[in-house]
Design a protein around this ligand. Sequence first.
Ligand SMILES: Nc1ncnc2c1ncn2[C@@H]1O[C@H](COP(=O)(O)OP(=O)(O)O)[C@@H](O)[C@H]1O
Ligand SMILES: O=P(O)(O)O[C@H]1O[C@H](CO)[C@@H](O[C@H]2O[C@H](CO)[C@@H](O)[C@H](O)[C@H]2O)[C@H](O)[C@H]1O
Length: 477
Amino acid sequence: MSEAASARSRLAADRAAGIGPLEPMLREWLPAQRWFAGKGREIGRLRAVSAAELLPPGSVPGLLHLLLDVDGDCYQLLLGIRPTPLPPALAPALIGHARSGPYTGSAVYEALGDPRLAAMLLERLRSPGTLGPLRFDRDPDAPIEAGLTPRPLSGEQTNSSLIYGDSYILKVFRRVGPGINPDLELPRALAAAGCARVPAPVAWYEAAPGGGEPLTLGVLQPYLRGSDDGWQLALRRLGSGADFTAEAHALGRATAEVHSALADALPTLALGPEQTARLAAGMTARLAATAREVPALRPYEAGLRGAFDALAASRGAGVPAQRIHGDLHLGQTLRTADGSWALIDFEGEPARPLADRRRPEPAVRDIAGILRSFDYAARSHRPFAPAWADACRAAFCEGYARTTGRDPREDPVLLRAYETDKAVYEARYESRHRPDWLHVPMAAIRRLSAPERPAHRMPPPVPGTTPHPKPPRRPLA
Ligand SMILES: Nc1ncnc2c1ncn2[C@@H]1O[C@H](COP(=O)(O)OP(=O)(O)O)[C@@H](O)[C@H]1O
Ligand SMILES: O=P(O)(O)O[C@H]1O[C@H](CO)[C@@H](O[C@H]2O[C@H](CO)[C@@H](O)[C@H](O)[C@H]2O)[C@H](O)[C@H]1O
């Protein structure tokens, strides 16, 4: 580290002690952020694990990088520091005003909303090296243009993203933990394996506070300009009564390609009967925990457990497990300008511990995620369009089978267990984040908890026909 850098890092360490004065504003601001996991609970312990000024002291604006331990979860914050008043364009980014400590009299705000600070981050990513506790790294073979105009990605997300000149997108991870984030690990592995279905990371940064295992903090990847979010595209098609089976089939093929590339590139294993029973027990435990949290689920708990019991009882031969996407749904798919499908956001379910998300699992977990997504889309439509969802689900499975030779419907016990587990996850997700949507997974939960009804309505798609949404069988919940 250069002398100047080490002086800056000493200063940052000194100033970490000065985080105290920022604490009240952070306590107020954090729970309002979509990415903050501890919503609904009062914050107890809040302390800085690491604090680093990324610009020389006295710079205006200043940039403070924080890793905060909030009740045991570690969050990444990038704070801009400017004299008050803030320029009007930055007003929406304001967090608060420092009334004491080293930043007395300054406005503290979300640095990602400040184009000057966002541009500085891109510059750091272009030049590998360390800065205080942060290490910047990049793919030496991928050129990164300088001076691109940044803009924050609008819309609430699990993390925060910046788009640079429609050329790159930088994801700044919010809740972070030790170990490489699968959203860096898997796209890099896929790129090395030559799989073009996933944008390849071109630069990234990490931290190793206290010399421990590095935490992935941000990843820069090509921005797929002109692409359509699969969820929005599906809703548009539904809205105009149009077919989506060709896209669903192609998405099944794309998903299968990614699964095959991951299975080739990274370790796989076969889950024996004991491991499968443990898997089923994990699903049952998640169901029980969710039923405690989401009262609407309680009447269905016993019925849902049947799917997991069947999984535990069904295994003699073993279930293949591999690295997978982990939270696949239509919102994680992009139909690119050339009409092909790409998959993004390999972080896995944000609420699961990182070590769990990095374990090999049956690929059907991802398949169940997409199948659930077709149901979500159909239920967002008025009137509910079950035939549309059924056709898409079948087409997706056929596309998957076309590439891998294995149709996920041939293992209905495994598929049902994973679809049930996903619906339970969604019930918890919706009750925490979007209570107005809880009725969507609840409809699936009612269906999946009734063993006498067919688990999956998946008639084979009729090529070249347009499924017309039928009137609702029962009113939307
Ligand atoms: N490489 C990309 N090209 C184009 N758009 C992208 C790309 N990566 C992400 N996006 C857009 O950004 C949104 C958020 O990205 P995502 O990885 O899902 O972040 P989060 O982890 O915050 O949910 C996506 O829904 C998509 O619209
Ligand atoms: O933020 P992430 O994209 O990592 O995923 C979380 O949020 C998703 C909602 O934005 C949630 O997905 C659920 O809603 C989707 C429609 O908005 C639907 O297509 C998915 O099938 C459904 O699971 C996802 O579960 C959650 O992890």
